[in-house]
Design a binder for this molecule. Structure first.
Ligand code: NAD
Length: 445
């Protein structure tokens, strides 16, 4: 039998693609060597957010007095938190299995290897069997990057994010190498549970890809509450939990902790694709706006493309890829309107252009403290927050950058504005529910 679509990888890109092709009545085979749901569901977004929620419950209980609530003897059980995290993961993975249950779908729980390819078909081998498909979608994702820093490899004190999520006991102390998204989310988790945390970031700013004003506010809060943050500091060597780092002025620094979390980025996973020697790869698999690679009938979506490593980008890319296989050639992904969230406490959420991308004189910045929202004040005692909107000379919304809970829940409204090219006047006509923190998007206009 020839399948319409073979998907390698069962993460957000893979299962979304399979579902879309199944809905169109096509035969699909999907290969997953570990567990359906991929990194996001099993060892990424979902388990991290589940643990962060537990930590936030504990932290809020500890600080409940500011809301007039006295909680005595507040404790947590990390093993129970870890158990609940696994329960959430199992439930969601079961949900994905259910969504792929169809006479048209074959799920192969094994590593897939491309054996050969012509413009008419791709042959894939898994578990000693061969599968033929008309189209191939590569969604093999990414893996944690292991930097070539002496002492990182085979060091039992070193964790990556997968090790940190697998642990059922909290570390006594933690050094986090890389103050990017993963680093700052784990810094939040450990800090809220009382673990001494030091973050070491090579760039002048933690979360270097986010708005500097927003990040500065978060950093100030985190430093005040006891997280040690070293920027402009590059880790040079490790020896057990001992870290040697170099500061911007050439000075040397020694730090020590029970564990060292390495979170310095992820790399595309290209294993199993070796037979396609002419597949164009540059950081990740090169794709056009329709998610086509340079090979006819081969598409790629998700982290493996090395574009923006976010689950929601992966699933949209997958929809675009399948749409194009089905002949719906008008489907593309707009990289200018991708929302992104960092689950620190408070959260950061942003979408669209940043000031550093825009030429002076071509835009205006509007900034408003989150305290302009009544709901924010009611629910965020002693907290600060900020909403920044970038507007072009024609009054179109170019970008929105926010700090303050729960901005992750309404950044989608800002995404609509950016994606649809709304002007301030059009935004003004939208009614926001009161009292919600989302009203900040209206107040700022
Ligand atoms: P990242 O690229 O966000 O951050 C890595 C950081 O490590 C950078 O700031 C870099 O300057 C720093 N660094 C590199 N080498 C260093 C060294 N020797 N010493 C000190 N610092 C060093 O990567 P990440 O945090 O590992 O995340 C990987 C991917 O996963 C990202 O694409 C991220 O967007 C994604 N992710 C997203 C979410 C979310 O959406 N909430 C959560 C987790 C991960």
């Amino acid at each position: 039998m020839q399948y319409f679509l073979a998907v390698i990888g069962g993460g957000p890109a893979g299962y979304t693609a399979a579902e879309k092709a199944l809905k169109a009545g096509k035969q699909v085979v999907i290969f997953e060597q570990e567990s359906l749901g991929g990194t996001c569901l099993n060892v990424g977004c979902i388990p991290t957010k589940t643990l962060l929620y537990s930590a936030k419950q504990y932290y809020n209980a500890l600080h409940a007095d500011k809301y007039g609530v006295t909680a005595e003897g507040v404790q947590f059980d990390y093993a129970k938190m870890a158990q609940r995290k696994q329960k959430v993961v199992r439930k969601l993975v079961a949900g994905i299995k259910q969504r792929l249950k169809s006479d048209l779908c074959t799920v192969v729980n094994a590593a897939a290897k491309v054996v050969s390819r012509t413009d008419e078909q791709v042959i894939i081998e898994a578990n000693g069997e061969q599968y033929e498909a008309k189209n191939l979608l590569i969604c093999t994702g990414s893996t944690n990057f292991v930097p070539p820093i002496p002492g990182v490899k085979d060091n039992p004190a070193v964790w990556d994010s997968t090790d940190a999520l697998a642990a059922t006991v909290l570390p006594q102390s933690m050094i986090i190498v890389g103050g990017g998204v993963i680093g700052m989310e784990f810094a939040t988790l450990y800090h809220e549970l009382g673990v001494p945390v030091t973050v070491v970031e090579a760039m002048p700013q933690i979360l270097p890809n986010l708005d500097p004003d927003i990040v500065k506010m978060l950093r100030d809060k985190y430093e005040k509450s006891g997280i040690r943050i070293l920027t402009d500091t590059k880790v040079m060597a490790l020896d057990g939990g001992k870290v040697t780092a170099q500061t911007a002025d050439g000075g040397e620094l020694t730090l020590e902790a029970e564990h060292v979390l390495i979170s310095v980025g992820r790399r595309s996973n290209l294993a199993g694709l070796e037979a396609m020697t002419d597949l164009a790869v540059n950081r990740g698999i090169t794709v056009d706006e329709n998610m086509r690679t340079n090979l006819k009938n081969v598409y790629a979506a998700g982290d493996v493309t090395g574009k923006i490593m976010l689950a929601h980008v992966a699933s949209r890319q997958a929809e675009v890829a399948v749409a194009n296989m089905l002949g719906e050639t008008n489907q593309t992904i707009d990289y200018n309107a991708i929302p992104s969230v960092v689950y620190t406490n408070p959260e950061i959420a942003s979408v669209g252009r940043m000031e550093k991308d825009l030429a002076e004189g071509t835009y205006e910045v509007r900034s408003l403290p989150m305290a302009f929202s009544g709901r924010f004040v009611a629910e965020n005692e002693g907290e600060t927050g900020l909403c920044k909107m970038l507007i072009d000379n024609g009054k179109h919304v170019l970008g929105v950058h926010m700090l303050g809970n729960p901005c992750s829940e309404f950044v989608a409204a800002a995404s609509f504005a950016v994606r649809m090219g709304y002007t301030v006047e059009q935004m003004e006509q939208v009614v926001f529910p009161h009292p919600t923190v989302s009203e900040i998007l209206k107040e700022i206009l």
